[in-house]
Design a protein around this ligand. Structure first.
Ligand code: NAD
Ligand code: UDP
Length: 319
């Protein structure tokens, strides 16, 4: 029989893929979201499944779910710098108060909870590639710290609930992830570049484009999250989930321009402060603990799926 699973942030980019996969596996899904960056359009396909229920709720408030839960995935939090910096106080509240409320629910239900943490806990890393043992290099008072420190505090709350109350927590540190269902106004690099390229507008490179990221296709991430949830009760992580293929932002712009046969030019703008110079996961632990998990989708293939998705979105807009 299927489980009853709560997904917070379930109408966001990653959450929508997670809900869909859990429904496909026969589970009942309660999707909680306050629609801050979630997309109501994603509700259509999901809510046609009778095992799906949507709850419009903000995680900063205690969560009034009375039915028994078997698992919780906590994804509620804006992930794009543009969005999480718009109301930084709220971002910290969401990360920290939201985590407390979700942990209390997990404690009450004695169920497993998986926290969607982030490579941002490593800040602008001095160690490369980043292993889970690296404690990070975050500017505590910088413009990204509402997110970075919020997520770091959320991890420490998870571990304290585990040690103090025996709550079964699982922490994954997600590295840059992309794919269909990203919002075209999301502000993150892949959606920005693809939308700009498809419209033949300038491609906005921040700085000189020498900074690196390692991009993971969303299907690979979802597989890793599901495997993490099924690990033994005493395995908390944190575990990095990301694709170790590292490229510069300029190379990414060139690749997207090529794949879209775009007429766009590269336009260099100011680099935001505290923008990490390099980011790449060490996934040795994920391979070992998650049944040899590793990313399967190459950047080129994942970009083609994502480009096809945005082409359709932009085409629907014009009709
Ligand atoms: P997203 O912005 O598309 O989705 C976040 C979802 O959370 C949205 O639906 C939003 O409406 C909801 N939300 C925000 N604040 C909320 C609140 N207070 N109460 C209830 N719902 C709220 O982002 P995403 O890329 O899908 O990221 C999902 C999670 O994964 C986030 O926690 C993010 O930190 C983490 N993550 C994502 C990435 C990535 O590359 N996409 C990388 C690292 C970590
Ligand atoms: N970036 C860029 N142009 C854009 C959006 C982002 O050059 O239009 C850069 C950004 O400065 C960063 C990288 O791309 O160095 C990834 O940015 P994103 O916001 O996607 O994620 P994050 O910085 O959180 O990794």
């Amino acid at each position: 029989m299927g489980k009853r699973i709560l997904v917070t942030g379930g109408l966001g980019f990653i959450g929508s893929h997670l809900c869909k996969r859990l429904l496909k596996e026969g589970h009942q899904v309660v999707c909680l979201d306050n629609l801050l960056t979630g997309q109501i359009d994603l509700l259509g396909e999901l809510s046609s499944d009778l095992n799906f229920r949507f709850m419009n709720w903000d995680v900063v408030n205690p969560i009034p779910i009375e039915e028994a839960l078997d698992e919780i995935y906590n994804l509620a939090c804006p992930a794009s710098p543009v969005h999480y910096q718009r109301d930084p106080v709220k971002t910290t509240q969401t990360s920290v108060l939201g985590m407390l409320n979700v942990l209390n629910l997990a404690r009450k239900n004695r169920c497993r909870i998986l926290q969607a943490s982030t490579s941002e806990v490593y800040g602008n890393p001095m160690e490369h590639p980043q292993r889970e043992s690296y404690c990070g290099h975050v500017n505590i008072i910088g413009i990204r710290s509402c997110y970075d420190e919020g997520k770091r505090c959320a991890e420490s709350l998870c571990m304290d609930y585990h040690r103090q109350y025996g709550t079964k927590v699982k922490i994954v540190r997600i590295f840059n992830t992309y794919g269909p269902n990203m919002s075209k106004d999301d502000g993150r690099v892949i959606s920005n570049f693809i939308v700009q390229a498809l419209r033949n507008e300038d491609i906005t490179i921040y700085g000189i484009g020498e900074q690196t990221r390692s991009f993971q296709y969303v299907d690979d991430l979802i597989e890793g999250m599901l495997r993490m949830m099924q690990t033994a009760d005493d395995f908390t992580g944190p575990v990095n989930l990301g694709n170790p293929h590292e490229i510069t932002i300029r190379q990414l712009a060139q690749e997207i321009t090529r794949l879209t046969s775009s007429q766009s030019s590269l336009y260099y703008c100011a680099l935001p402060s505290d923008d990490p110079c390099r980011r790449c996961p060490d996934i040795t632990l994920a391979r070992k603990e998650l049944d040899n998990w590793c990313p399967k989708v190459e950047l080129n293939e994942g970009l083609q799926h994502t480009i096809a998705y945005f082409k359709q979105i932009l085409c629907d807009e014009t009709v």
